[in-house]
Design a protein around this ligand. Sequence first.
Ligand code: BGC
Length: 432
Amino acid sequence: METFALPKGFLLGTATSSLQIEGGDRNNTWYRWVQTGHIKDGTTSFVAADHWNRVAEDIALMQQLHLQTYRMSLEWSRIEPEQGQFDNDALQHYRKEIEMLLAAGIRPLVTLHYFTNPLWAEDAGGWLNPEAADWFERYTTHVVENLGDLVSDWCPINAPNVCLAQGYLVGGWPPNDVRLTRYLRAARTMIEGHIRAYRKIHQVRAAAGYQDTAVGTALHLRPFDPKHGTGHERRAAAVYDRLFHEVFVSGLCEGRLLQPLGSGYPLGEGRYCDFFGVNYYTRDIVNCADSPAGPLGRREVRDGARTNDVGWEIYPEGLYRVCRKYWDRYHIPVFITENGTADAADHFRSDFIYEHLWQVHQLIEDGVDVQRYYHWSLLDGFEWLEGLSAKFGLVAVDPSTLERTVRTSGWFYGDIARSGEVTSKMLRQYFG
Ligand code: BGC
């Protein structure tokens, strides 16, 4: 293992989402969904890590780990529990949380939509309803008018590709309505929601005199690699890439609809991302040869791969590949908005961190302007269909006592955040 340093000014932090850590909210799609028998371990998001009641404690942990930035999400259903009615207490709770972060020297990056819809929106069709873009713009406006003096950095919608693929293509997530036409329709509305939020955030903050606004994506990107390299598999991989990545990348970044989403620039051609945010975890191998699953084959894990607790391949080079590809296309600053692994025993998370930050270092050496890295996640939380059993936290959370314990990998990450480098002393200390 080699030592390396990240450039001055590079920011290291962690990312979380409201539903996964806050607990308490009863007004969103997942509150309903966890009661329908879909969660593998039968747990719920009702308490999660109880972050809503432990904000001060959790910010103190971030400080202990020397983190410089924090990507958090706001729960739309708390802020707008009924259509058009805003809850000032919820907004003030978030305002206080952000003030505490700033007082701790931690720069917030705020996500406005993270996989959950308020029930009133879901019951009106969710993102299949073209009005969802209006609802989302109104919510965004309200939030930015109230928090825009504290927050310059925004991600309107987290991983629209994951949210919609799980809801409309693969299934298993709400609304679990598997139809390609629905996936495409909801994708058009989410892209419109992003573009309108992008413009609104800039407009509201500019009118208040702020010039440092940065609005970007947080897209989940994963290479799709053909197993045998046949023409059939390469074509299948290209279909996955287009449906899962390309239609969103060009929609969110350029305002351009690619087939089969549509064509042209319905909201005008532009650059609707000030940074390119990447959520990176793993890759998929596309296997058409041994698969009865139709022309697109099957997505699987590479034979013999190193995997994490939930069976995902650990593939650090993939982070390099996805960042490089879109840097070469757009030349806008890259933020790693999520990267992490499930490792309850903390056996390989330190290696994971080292290997992925090494790729970040390589990207920077090769001229890619990577500016931030957010480790997923600060805390063990509610991992969607996996429930509470998948442990992604730098900090372990005991589900019964809610007690927090920093894992060894958390201290390792904290040391990197403090010094901006991996030194030989750290290699000896953490890798023996
Ligand atoms: C999601 C996170 C989730 C993580 C691990 C990501 O794709 O954005 O919410 O916790 O995967 O499951």
